[in-house]
Design a protein around this ligand. Structure first.
Ligand SMILES: C[S@@+](CC[C@H](N)C(=O)[O-])C[C@H]1O[C@@H](n2cnc3c(N)ncnc32)[C@H](O)[C@@H]1O
Length: 371
């Protein structure tokens, strides 16, 4: 089926109508994000030529962790300017999309209601509580986070995410916000040509952008997307139907799901890890191990670990912890996911780290573990 493309993105029937001014506002935010990105090399100049020499003069050694670097960098006017600019751009991103969704919310809710003719399913469970590590802050500055229902049968958080995810990355997430899933599936097919999963689970699926590439990659598989956020899942289900893809969306906690043990061949996640607390991270690997059949594979992807980044790159990621409500992104950067996988029950010789090119010169980091 051919879908219209607008402002670079597939405009399927669950997307809210966008006026000229909506698109223009969003394009302005994308330009701001690019501008902010073009300032990032300046932070390296500040570090190399101002911050580090000053630190060495004072302490007779170089900074040896990201916390020292952050404290010193944030005293510098250039970095302060970049920092304010980045935070404003992030807030403006939501401001450029939110009103477009809000003014059409009743209609979107109506469109999203499950129907008998649907290809896939939606299973909500109101007893599932959003964990504190996501509910105590407006996670990555997203108003209301992923879980807040503004009204009955709400889809706001999902509809807003579908557009902001694309705008924020300047379209780097792909026309269907599925580039990470496509990348993972392509890697899996290339490196494990005989692996044919029959049942696949995507943990922390949000709107299913990176769940649906698994439907395309393995058309005979039963594909599940799991999340704690009901407004995202309602939208995910309706979006999958709008795109003509069969997937099952379930409200559950990835730390302890209701699925039976050994019921999946493949358990995946995209950028879920950095949103989990340290304890939850361990629980999710343990749960992945429990859910997999013998020979099954877990692939969890997120930002590369700090040991692969220099101090300025670490500083840029750590900034999100302090100024963009990503409380655990630094914790993840400093955690050895292979060790977490091992503690979760996977054998050391069945755990691997994989780096693949993703988008806009960014690398994609995955920890794979076979049961
Ligand atoms: C950054 S988003 C993931 C984006 C999505 N995977 C994608 O690629 O488009 C993180 C998601 O994880 C969900 N989440 C956080 N903790 C969770 C948990 N314990 N169980 C299930 N979902 C969780 C959040 O509700 C949110 O939708």
């Amino acid at each position: 089926m051919a879908f219209p493309v607008r402002a670079g993105q597939v405009w399927h029937s669950m997307m809210p109508d966008a006026t000229h001014d909506d698109i223009s506002h969003q394009a302005f935010v994308t330009t701001m994000m690019n501008q902010m990105g073009s300032m990032m090399p300046g932070n390296r100049v500040v570090y190399d030529h101002v911050v580090k020499p000053k630190f060495v003069r004072q302490h007779k050694r170089e900074p040896n962790n990201v916390h020292e670097v952050r404290k010193a960098m944030l005293r510098e006017p250039y970095t302060q300017y970049w920092s304010s600019f980045k935070r404003c751009a992030k807030e403006m991103q939501y401001m450029s999309v939110g009103p477009m969704v809000e003014r059409q919310l009743p209609e979107l809710i109506e469109r999203a209601k499950p129907r008998k003719s649907d290809l896939g399913t939606l299973s909500l469970d109101p007893t599932i509580k959003c964990p504190r590590y996501n509910s105590e802050v407006e996670i990555h500055a997203k108003p209301g986070g992923y879980h807040t229902d503004l009204t009955k049968d709400d889809v706001f958080a999902g509809a807003e995410f579908d557009r902001t995810f694309f705008v924020f990355t300047n379209g780097g997430t792909g026309k269907l916000n599925g580039r990470s899933g496509e990348t993972m599936a392509a890697w899996l097919k290339k490196t494990h040509p005989n692996f044919k999963p029959k049942k696949i689970l995507d943990m922390g699926c949000t709107i299913g952008g990176n769940t649906l590439p698994w439907v395309d990659a393995f058309p005979n598989a039963e594909v599940y997307g799991l999340d704690v956020g009901a407004p995202c899942l309602r939208y995910a289900h309706a979006r999958a139907e709008a795109l003509g893809k069969r997937a099952h969306f379930v409200q559950d906690d990835a730390e302890h799901t209701k699925f039976e043990g050994e019921s999946f061949d493949l358990v995946v996640s995209c950028i879920l890890m950095h949103e989990l607390s340290y304890k939850a991270l361990h629980n999710v690997f343990k749960e992945s191990h429990r859910l997999l059949r013998k020979g099954g594979l877990a692939i969890h992807s997120d930002q590369p670990p700090f040991r692969t980044k220099d101090m300025v790159e670490q500083f840029h990621t750590d900034w999100d912890t302090h100024f963009q409500a990503e409380p655990f992104i630094t914790t993840l950067g400093l955690t050895d996911l292979c060790d977490v996988a091992q503690k979760g029950g996977f054998a050391k010789n069945k755990i691997d780290e994989v780096f693949v090119p993703l988008m806009q010169n960014r690398e994609f980091y995955m920890v794979t573990a076979q049961k």
